[in-house]
Design a binder for this molecule. Structure first.
Ligand code: NAD
Length: 428
């Protein structure tokens, strides 16, 4: 039986949650405070690039399983479960900005008059769900009028729908285990194992997961930097590690480092949370330091090739923080482009979905046009179309013959036959 669900926030997480729950028979009202976004969504236009999301939103809007509204009052009143999926960005000092969560709580407290289950999906620091519960009581709700559940989200942009339909686990931080059955009813479509823990436990699982991924990436970058000194191909090292089931096959790619809307902000936040309680997670802090140096590592490579990048024409393929998304938050590709602009290079950019619309760079709608007349091409995001490029055509269009593969995804053998020279990291 479909349940009445309200999702607050129509970003990557809220929109995917709404579409997936609607596709599984629930009646979903998605609340978004950005009026323009709501209008676009109502007419079936998804404002973000996420493969498959457009079609899923459209079909569920058409069959009235999913509606978008700019105001939460009626949606909250009519729903038994309320998801909070608003952003929790970084403050300037690296701590988490809980402003949007706080605004939602204040508003919810003025609306709720009958029992609701409030599910917090946003990534929030340890202790936040405890604080949220207290805040709702302070704002006037009564004990027994609501239950709060922490249900952090682990979807990856680019594969968000599949990740939400078949997550590898469902984490629930609860005070009262009696709500678990309600959540199982909601997620009836998923055979994933449940991890039932405390509020604080659920919050730390989310941060630990992102911190671990950051450590893995930075570890591989350290191996790549070491490999450069010993003339070793770091990809052999990755292969050697991948086969070990204790290590696992993913996130072992050296390159520009991690970016995006989650890893950098969650790593910073975890370090700050540690500082506040008097224990700094040292591995995590080092992973952040290693990550921060990676753009400069590539700038040094660029300087070695171009000597002086000033007035040189450089093409950059990729602006999103990773392939199959338009998300540019904390994108390493963009940091690299900014550094090249600072160094006064003429930068020609191509990304399959991102349009930067900056005056300082020239953008192209075609990857081959973007390399026209350039001294150097840099692959900054590993979109599949870059790895399948027609290198003969690339060579014809370029003035130079050097390619920096800042994601270690190209094959030397593909490029050598066209007399293109590949520079990666730790490629021997
Ligand atoms: P986002 O910035 O893309 O979307 C948040 C949306 O919430 C925005 O559209 C904003 O306008 C809306 N909003 C803010 N306040 C509102 C209010 N009072 N009422 C209605 N709408 C409101 O954020 P996101 O990437 O979807 O992330 C949301 C949360 O999920 C964050 O805590 C993030 O860390 C976490 N998370 C994100 C991902 C990811 O891949 N993006 C994955 C897992 C977890």
């Amino acid at each position: 039986m479909g349940m009445n669900v309200c999702v607050i926030g129509a970003g990557y997480v809220g929109l995917t949650t709404s579409a997936v729950l609607a596709s599984q028979g629930h009646n979903v009202q998605c609340v978004e405070k950005d009026q323009e976004k709501v209008e676009r969504l109502k007419s079936g236009h998804v404002p973000i690039y996420e493969p498959g999301l457009d079609a899923m939103v459209q079909s569920n809007v058409n069959n009235k399983q999913l509606i978008f509204v700019p105001e939460m009052r009626e949606a909250v009143k009519q729903s038994e479960i309320i998801f909070i999926a608003v952003g929790t960005p970084s403050l300037e000092d690296g701590r988490t900005n809980l402003r949007y969560i706080e605004q939602v709580l204040q508003e919810l407290a003025t609306i709720i008059t009958s029992y609701k289950v409030i599910v917090s999906k946003s990534t929030v620091p340890i202790g936040t769900n405890e604080w949220m519960e207290k805040k709702l009581l302070q704002e006037g709700l009564k004990q027994g009028q609501f239950d709060l559940i922490s249900n952090p989200e682990f979807l990856r942009e680019g594969t968000a729908i599949a990740d939400m339909l078949s997550p590898d686990k469902i984490v629930l931080g609860v005070k009262d285990a009696s709500n678990v059955s309600l959540m199982k009813q909601l997620y009836h479509f998923s055979p994933a194992p449940y991890i039932i823990t405390s509020f604080n436990g659920a919050e730390l699982i989310k941060y630990a997961s992102n911190a671990f991924l950051a450590v893995k990436i930075s570890f591989m970058n350290e191996m790549a930097l070491l490999s450069e000194h010993f003339d070793i191909n770091v990809q052999d090292i990755s292969e050697g590690l991948k086969t070990d089931p204790r290590i696992g096959p993913l996130f072992l790619q050296a390159g520009l480092g991690y970016g995006g809307s989650c890893l950098p902000k969650d790593v910073s936040s975890l370090i700050k949370q540690g500082e506040e309680v008097g224990y700094v997670p040292q591995l995590v802090e080092t992973a952040q330091r290693v990550n921060e140096q990676m753009v400069e590592v590539y700038i040094d490579k660029i300087k070695q090739i171009l000597v002086d990048p000033k007035h040189k024409k450089v093409a950059v393929w990729g602006a999103s923080f990773k392939p199959n998304t338009d998300d540019t938050r904390h994108s390493r590709a963009i940091q690299l482009i900014k550094r090249l602009v600072e160094l006064k290079s003429h930068v020609q950019v191509y990304d399959p979905v991102v349009k930067l619309e900056w005056n300082e760079v020239t953008e192209y709608n075609d990857l081959y046009q973007a390399v026209h007349g350039v001294d150097l091409l840099i692959v900054a995001t590993e979109w599949e179309e870059f790895t399948k490029a027609d290198w003969n055509l690339v060579k014809e269009k370029m003035d130079g013959s050097m390619i920096i593969d800042a994601r270690n995804v190209l094959k030397c053998s593909d490029l050598e036959k066209y007399e293109l020279q590949l520079v990666g990291i730790g490629r021997g």
